[in-house]
Design a protein around this ligand. Structure first.
Ligand code: BGC
Length: 767
């Protein structure tokens, strides 16, 4: 579909039927805002306009068929913000509408190395004019509120008149609005020779959620010294330049747009700040802004690139995933997070899921400065009071915290009972991210300052959520949905029970440690959250007596009570034309079937592998892989890591491929809705944790690499405690090079090495 290239995504012809998909693929962003690859030009064809500002949302009133107590009042949705990219042209009076011209040549390029999106095309209009369009745009990595477009038009076959209008469009709508409302109201439109800014505010809501205002300003610099006129009509502010265009002589426009919001500033100062930002950007100029933007990207690639030799498609796939992750979350602001679609579409509302901790967290931990993953943790810490309120809404007491399944501010937004109330395993992933951070960075101060408070809230929840079975004298967790959403309201989902036990055990361990090293802080915390140590007695009892379903006959972990009562069929028995089952089967049939949507027991074995014998992991992997249809994009990557662990290299590679080019090859035929951003980290996991076997334990970095036979070599860099380590795996050797810092202990296939800056060690690849 796209031209194979190591650093670029290239579309070399235009297909209107694929345009919405391409709009997702070619999205650009800078962690603070993001823009789908909508055309600058008028386009009357099918398009999904999308411009999103992180943290700016609207609480859309919940819509459900049957209301249940505990449902949230609203679903937070990142609002589709006013458009800043518009540049419309009329040639000899005819509107240049890319859906209404003959396209003679077309090329769209996402340059992942530099973070730019370019388009070059030649079109013939109804009036016979042939025009070449060249545009390059980027959303600045250094000026977080700035987007820039360099735009160039050339008449190719005759002289003509050109009327070029650069615009800001305010009246944009979310396609996913529950009640077909426009979420914006205009509060100011200033459009003069000197100032061009629109201020829009989200409409009032009945939930007491603060309204957001956004100011969008632009500064247009035409290549010719030309008098422009300003027009404001409806929701559109335009600056219009009229001129004669000589054949072969390009007309250029540099457009600098700023978007600022009440997330960071007072409403009354917004317009002025936006104007100032656009003005300052114009003063710096396109080339200078691009230069600093490219520098940031160069640094990001230095820390996070994966180089694959011998397979261009694989190379392009992994870089695309890394690129999208890096432009979705940059980690400077602990109020922001990673929506499953990032800034590339409306689906999932741009809000936070357990995806962040369970899938994305290790990527940012290893490829960015420590502050980035710390901010992801702080996001949850700051929402702890809301997690406690969520739990209270469901009847829990005494500071028990249930983090939401889906959220923007900490309030639960999901409204399907089987997920909202039952998919409680998310609490486990949130606790485990704290463990991951501390283990990876060695920064235990986080535990004292913030981590322990979250852990206690979560543990209090588990202690109240379990039921002590009077017959079995074991603690059970009834009425849950595990990660496998193709089973609801089950009892004793092994993954959930195991995780609950782990959370309690880890919290107990951290309490003991904190009391020892920071007794005063611990006493303060006890007071703050009224923590009575008598609670601990119950926790220990649960740890010792948690019920963990197991089947002795097959010698496997049981996904949940009764799982083996299901029809004894596997994925091999499923006719290809019935897959994906979620598009072919009724819901009750899916629920009754043994088919598993996504990694569940295997997800648990992935997280807690150290607590199991290899043979146990192997047995369970083989059993559950045969029953898993991987109908969540989050699934194949986890099975891939576990397949690597048990030495099933072929399976690991097959599952890796399903993650790595999921959107580029549009396997699921849904890329037009936006990209699977959170699962993109899965391809990184499959390489770094899977193929290279990277783990951190006892203050030591461990590797046990192998190489997929399709590749000649692969190489990746990670950040580890201030050091930058590059690992290269070829068909013969494993090379570890340290460009910065010192790593006191690296173990490769169990042998320990110490690396200082500049060191390079080469070890023979184990066959
Ligand atoms: C998956 C969830 C995931 C959500 C958002 C669902 O299809 O089953 O595990 O959190 O998508 O990515």
């Amino acid at each position: 579909m796209f031209v194979e290239n190591e650093w670029k995504i290239i579309e070399d012809s235009f297909d209107a039927n694929r345009h919405q998909m391409a709009e997702s693929i070619f999205s650009i962003g800078n962690g603070h805002m993001g823009q789908r690859a909508n055309f600058e030009e008028a386009y009357s064809g099918k398009t999904l306009p999308g411009n999103y500002i992180g943290g700016v949302f609207f609480p859309d009133k919940t819509r459900v068929g049957w209301w249940k107590n505990g449902y949230p009042d609203y679903f937070a949705k990142v609002v589709n913000a006013p458009t800043w990219i518009g540049i419309h042209s009329w040639i000899d009076g005819e509107l240049l509408d890319l859906a209404n011209v003959t396209i003679l040549s077309f090329e769209r390029v996402l340059n992942m190395k530099e973070g730019t999106l370019s388009k070059t095309c030649v079109v013939e209009m109804k009036n016979g004019a042939q025009v070449e369009i060249k545009s390059t745009r980027f959303i600045s990595m250094t000026e977080s509120e700035i987007g820039v477009i360099h735009y160039e038009l050339t008449a190719l076959n005759f002289d003509c008149t050109l009327c070029m209008s650069s615009l800001i469009k305010s009246d944009v709508r979310n396609q996913d609005s529950n009640y077909d409302e426009c979420f914006w109201q205009s509060i100011a439109q200033i459009n003069t020779e000197k100032e061009c800014v629109a201020v829009d505010k989200t409409i009032p809501n009945p939930f007491g959620v603060p309204q957001f205002s956004v100011a969008t300003a632009m500064k247009n610099v035409f290549s010719r010294d030309i008098i422009t006129v300003h027009k404001t009509e409806g929701g559109i502010l335009s600056e219009i330049a009229g001129m004669k265009m000589r054949k072969g002589e390009p007309v250029t426009l540099d457009k600098y747009a700023a978007q600022v919001s009440t997330l960071n500033y007072e409403e009354q100062e917004l317009a002025q700040i936006a104007l100032q930002r656009a003005e300052d950007a114009a003063k710096k100029g396109y080339e200078s802004l691009l230069k600093s933007h490219k520098k940031v990207w160069a640094e990001k690639w230095k820390q996070s690139d994966i180089v694959i030799k011998g397979d261009v498609k694989a190379q392009q796939g992994i870089r695309f995933n890394i690129f999208q992750l890096q432009q979705t979350y940059t980690g400077e602001d602990s109020r922001l997070n990673i929506g499953p679609k990032g800034f590339t579409g409306e689906k999932y509302g741009g809000v936070t899921y357990w995806d962040t901790e369970a899938f994305c967290f290790p990527f940012y931990l290893s490829t960015s400065p420590e502050t980035v993953s710390r901010n992801l943790l702080l996001y949850r810490y700051k929402q702890l009071d809301r997690a406690i309120a969520n739990a209270e809404k469901l009847g829990f007491t005494r500071g028990a915290a249930l983090y939401p399944m889906v959220t923007m501010t900490g309030d639960e937004c999901h409204n399907e009972w089987e997920i909202t109330f039952e998919e409680i395993h998310r609490n486990g992933a949130i606790a485990h991210a704290i463990y991951d951070y501390v283990t990876y960075t060695g920064d235990r101060t986080y535990l004292v300052e913030y981590g322990l408070e979250v852990l206690i809230g979560i543990s209090r929840f588990w202690a109240q959520r379990v039921t002590l079975s009077p017959t079995k004298r074991k603690y059970m967790i009834l009425g849950v949905t595990g990660p496998n959403e193709y089973e609801n309201n089950v009892s004793n989902n092994w993954y959930t029970n195991y995780y609950a036990r782990w959370c309690l055990r880890y919290t107990l361990e951290i309490i003991t440690w904190t009391k020892r090293v920071a007794s005063e802080k611990y006493a303060e915390l006890q007071k703050k959250i009224s923590f009575d140590e008598r609670e601990i007695g119950l926790w220990s009892d649960i740890v010792n007596n948690m019920y963990l379903p197991h089947d002795d006959k097959y010698g496997i972990i049981l996904q949940q009570d009764g799982y083996l009562d299901k029809e004894p069929v596997t994925v091999a028995d499923l006719p290809a034309d019935q897959r994906p089952i979620n598009q072919h089967w009724s819901w009750d049939r899916i629920l009754r079937s043994p088919y598993i949507k996504q990694a569940d027991v295997v997800q648990g074995l992935y997280v807690f592998e150290d607590e199991f014998e290899l043979e146990t992991i192997q047995k369970n992997f083989n059993f559950y892989e045969a029953r898993c249809v991987h109908e969540s994009s989050l699934s194949p990557c986890i099975h891939s890591v576990v397949a690597s662990k048990i030495g099933n290299e072929e399976k690991a590679y097959e599952l890796y491929l399903r993650t790595a080019r999921l959107d580029l090859d549009d396997y699921n035929k849904e890329a037009h809705e936006g990209l699977h951003i959170t699962s993109m980290s899965g391809s990184w996991l499959a390489i770094v944790k899977g193929f290279a076997g990277m783990r951190v334990a006892n203050n030591s970095l461990h590797f046990s690499p192998y190489i997929p036979k399709e590749w000649n070599s692969y190489s990746f860099s990670i950040n580890y405690r201030g050091a930058v380590l590059t690992v290269t795996v070829s068909k013969k050797n494993v090379t570890m090079s340290l460009t910065t810092g010192t790593i006191p202990s690296i173990q490769v296939y169990g042998t320990e090495y110490k690396l200082n800056t500049g060191d390079n060690i080469e070890i023979e690849l184990k066959k």
